[in-house]
Design a protein around this ligand. Sequence first.
Ligand SMILES: [Zn+2]
Length: 425
Amino acid sequence: MKLLCICLLILASTANAAVNPRCSSNAVSSVVTARLLNFPHEVDHCQTLGALPPGFGRILDQLGVLHRRLEAYLGVPFEQLVPGGIGIRFSPTFVYESTPSPGRFTIAVQPTWTGELDVEDTEYIHDLAHIITATPGGTLYQRLLPFKGRLTFDETFADALALGMLGKPVLQGTGGGVLPPVLRFWRRITTDQSFRDSFRTFYRFTYALEMLKTCEGLWSAGSMTSEAAYYCHDFELWRIFYQPLAATELDVEFRAEHCLNSVGNLIPYVKCDPHIIGIPVNSFVLDLQQELGADLYRGLFSKILLAAEPRHGKTFSCAFGPTERPVHAFPVRVQSFVRAFELLREELPRSQQANFDEAWKRHELSILVKLESYELKQAAAAAGTAELRVFFQGPGTATLKPGDACWNQLPRAGGGCALSCLETE
Ligand SMILES: [Zn+2]
């Protein structure tokens, strides 16, 4: 029995280990090809004996260089950021864009791809930011969890990491080299972008509509290539989800409230595009960096980690039940991403704090604060509901009996039994 267990352990560890040293030396755990004409389907090339397909070794070395640069920049071993190394998958994706998921990065290639590819470092670091905040067991996963999924955080942070580490203001997609430049570039972040703009700029469909218009332009000019047609065809899928808004609704001064859904919640992609929300925030950092002649991103990352700690969070006072006699009253802590900027400001000399404040106004970041205020309320309500579930399952309910106000009302909280959470500081 004991011998069998040891054998199973050895088998399991062999299955997890990358056979090909080119994979393991670059912290890549697997390289899978799927739905491609020139490569086997669902085969992990790190596990097959023999040489890697032509071009793959060069791509792995490119990724390895970026992994080492990232660990040096963040001061955290890559193995701790993405435990077990990163899985790479080459596949045509639903929409022609590379996509990150926990521990894995799918590089979108065309079905006829032959193995030639330059990894675009800005996209890869942007997507690594998503991966390291989504991979359970990773150092930054747990620490940044309070901010995860917020309109104000995910894409802003990913662009910040790419901008801070690489210093390149233009983000473009891996595999985009085959596309005409007009389709290749995602975002250009300069020092003068602000929230003082129209709602149209931040509306979630604006980017996709611009891409589709560009595609129509290529067709009518007769300059459409087969690669661009493949990309444009995938963008057509956006039309299925498109919810048109009148110009009178879109061409108005942007306010945080424009991003709220019909029941007053702020959910990424429902009304506003998180990628575009991140632009004025990063533009502010670039602008202030230039003005102060200092690298602010390094400091900002350490402040983001600080702000994610409960001690830097905001306190909300929650109460459940009739206002005058709550059944259960308790505080919850909610962490604020904006707090990272406050901490960054506090560390600057007083003269530079004035520059900070002026740049904050120039980029109209009061809108970021407003957007986050909705997110903090939602996070407080979610934490309050979680606490109530514990309360109604635990000894707290012993003081209540059938017939008492709000007795065992969860999850049907309503009427006089609603939960309310208000910020106290
Ligand atoms: Zn992203």
